[in-house]
Design a protein around this ligand. Sequence first.
Ligand SMILES: NC(=O)c1ccc[n+]([C@@H]2O[C@H](COP(=O)([O-])OP(=O)(O)OC[C@H]3O[C@@H](n4cnc5c(N)ncnc54)[C@H](OP(=O)(O)O)[C@@H]3O)[C@@H](O)[C@H]2O)c1
Length: 273
Amino acid sequence: MSEQATRNSTTRRTVLQGAAALALASGPGTASAADSPGTVLITGASRGIGLEFAKRYAEDGWQVIATARDPKKAEALQALAKAHKNLRLETLDVTDIKAIDALAAKLKDVPIDVLLNNAGISGGAEKQKIGSIDYSVFDDVMHTNVLGPIKMAEAFTPHVAASKQKKIVSISSTEGSLTLISPRPDVNSIFYRASKSALNMSMINMAKALKDKGIIVTMQSPGLVSTDFVGSLRLPIMITPQQSVAMTMPIIARLTMEDTGKYYRHTGEVAPW
Ligand SMILES: NC(=O)c1ccc[n+]([C@@H]2O[C@H](COP(=O)([O-])OP(=O)(O)OC[C@H]3O[C@@H](n4cnc5c(N)ncnc54)[C@H](OP(=O)(O)O)[C@@H]3O)[C@@H](O)[C@H]2O)c1
C-alpha cells in the first residue's frame, strides 16, 4: 500500500471515544466530530513544523489540541482555529511542570491518540561555538528539548493509554545522532546536539516503561526544514514545513508496537543512533 493510501485509510479510522470525550471537554473552537480519526496534542504549534502539523491534522478531520506558549500572539494559529472547529488552542510552556500537570488535569477525560512533542529550541549556534560557549543557554535548551518531552509523556500517559492509537512521538533531530555527527572540526550547537541525544535516550526509556500499557514511543527527525529555527540558512537539501509534515504524518500513521523505541528520519528510514 502506498504512503498516501496508508495515510488515507488511517485517517478514516473511527475513534469515537477520543472525539466524544474531547467534545465533552470542549471549549470555544472545539467540534464534536464523531467520525474523527483521532485526537492529537501538539506542543509548540505557534509556528514552523508544529503549526503545519496542526493545520494538516485539522484538515484531515482530527481533533487537534494545539498548544502554544502564547496563543494570543500566534496569529497564524489563531486563524487556523477560526477556520477549523476541530482545533482547540491551549496555552502551554513545556518548561513549566505545573502548567503541564494543570493541562493534563484539564484534559483528564480526553483520550489522546498521538502526543506530539514538537516544541524545541536550538539555543543559537553562535552561543554554542566551542571556545566561546555561552553557558547560560544550556538550561533553556535542556529544559525545553529534554525535560519538556519527558514531563509531557509522563503527565499524558493516562490520556494516551486511554486512546485507540496510543502513540507518543517526539520531534528529535539527526543532529542528536552519535553516528551522523559531521567529521568537520567546526561543528557547533554542542548543547542542542546533546539535548537531542538526551531526548532520544529519554524516549527509549519511556518506550520500555510504557510498553506494558500498549503505548508506542518513537522519535522523528523532520529533515532540515526552512523555519525560524534555521534562521537565514538556505541549503539545497532543505525542505519546507509542508514537505516535512507531509512525509512525517504517514510514518506516524503506520506506527505499531514493532516500532516502539525507534528513531525515524522524515524519509521513513530508521536513523542511526
Ligand atoms: N527546522 C529544522 O531544520 C529542524 C531540524 C531538526 C529538528 N527540528 C526540531 O523540530 C521542532 C520544531 O522546530 P521548528 O523548525 O518548527 O522551529 P521553530 O519554527 O523555531 O518553532 C519552534 C516552536 O517551539 C515552540 N517553543 C519553543 N520553546 C517552547 C517552550 N518552552 N514551550 C512551548 N513551546 C515552545 C515555539 O513557540 P514560540 O512561538 O512561543 O517561540 C515554536 O512554536 C523542534 O523540536 C526542533 O528541534 C527542526
